[in-house]
Design a protein around this ligand. Structure first.
Ligand code: ATP
Length: 234
């Protein structure tokens, strides 16, 4: 479904990612793990059209998407839930959800999708008219996820969905990611919490210094002694 072929992204003199190849098949939950600065966010931003490539190519459903605008990439069916739950703080919850659907022309279905989102997240319905900046961290993450779903993506990318959240909220968020996948949406997830990510994914890739240094099924990666030592606390 998604295929990255030796992509590189350059920040001035440094390579944020260096000839990364990876694949996500339809229906899979794939995770990218690795330390801070390994290139995980950069990879998602490149897929999303937010970072130009210095080399390589990205295909989605057989179409070349590298070089396309972020809007065109949303139209193809890829959505991004960015790191740090970047909701629009001055906009209301409802307006944030509308922003998630800004490319859609089927306005009636957008309205019914919004209702379904409120059914799924009653807290967001209660706060529909409240500006997003006043929500708790967990509520903002729910909103960021709901907003990402409002474009009706076929592939959704989560960047560190658990970052900075209390353990019980983290559990809810991971539950939600699993639900989204169970509904048939393909998921590519970046996580610092390597253990949780590998427990829930089908396959994983390990990034170090902008490169993929290991990959495999969740079980293979969880059993790998080097990964256990460096990323899973022994
Ligand atoms: P984190 O979990 O901290 O987000 P990451 O694995 O997502 O880490 P990236 O944010 O993708 O890592 O960063 C990869 C490399 O690119 C790092 O060396 C980082 O310092 C560098 N980098 C990222 N964004 C920029 C930028 N806008 N300008 C310059 N260098 C950047």
């Amino acid at each position: 479904m998604l295929k990255l072929d030796r992509i590189s992204v350059r920040y001035g003199a440094t390579l944020g990612v260096d000839r990364i190849s990876l694949e996500v098949r339809e229906g899979e939950l794939v995770t990218l793990i690795g330390a801070n600065g390994a290139g995980k966010s950069t990879t998602l931003r490149a897929i999303n059209g937010l970072e130009p490539l210095a080399g390589g190519s990205i295909h989605f459903d057989g179409h070349l998407i590298s070089g396309a605008t972020p809007a065109a990439i949303i139209d193809r069916g890829i959505s991004h839930c960015p790191e740090g739950r970047r909701v629009f703080p001055q906009l209301t919850v409802r307006e944030n959800l509308e922003m998630g659907a800004y490319r859609r022309l089927d306005r009636q279905r957008v309205a019914s999708d919004m209702e379904r989102m409120f059914d799924r997240f009653p807290r967001l319905r209660e706060r529909a008219g409240q500006v997003a900046g006043t929500l708790s961290g967990g509520e903002q993450q729910m909103l960021a996820i709901a907003r990402a779903l409002m474009s009706r993506p076929r592939l959704v990318m989560f960047d560190e969905p658990s970052l900075g959240l209390a353990p019980n909220i983290v559990e809810q968020i991971f539950g939600l990611v699993l639900e989204i996948r169970a509904e048939g949406t393909t998921v590519l997830m970046v996580e610092q919490n390597a253990y949780a990510a590998l427990e829930m994914c089908d396959r994983g890739y390990l990034l170090e210094n902008g490169r993929i240094v290991d990959q495999g099924s969740a079980a293979q990666m969880l059993a790998n002694p080097e990964i256990r030592r460096a990323y899973l606390g022994g």
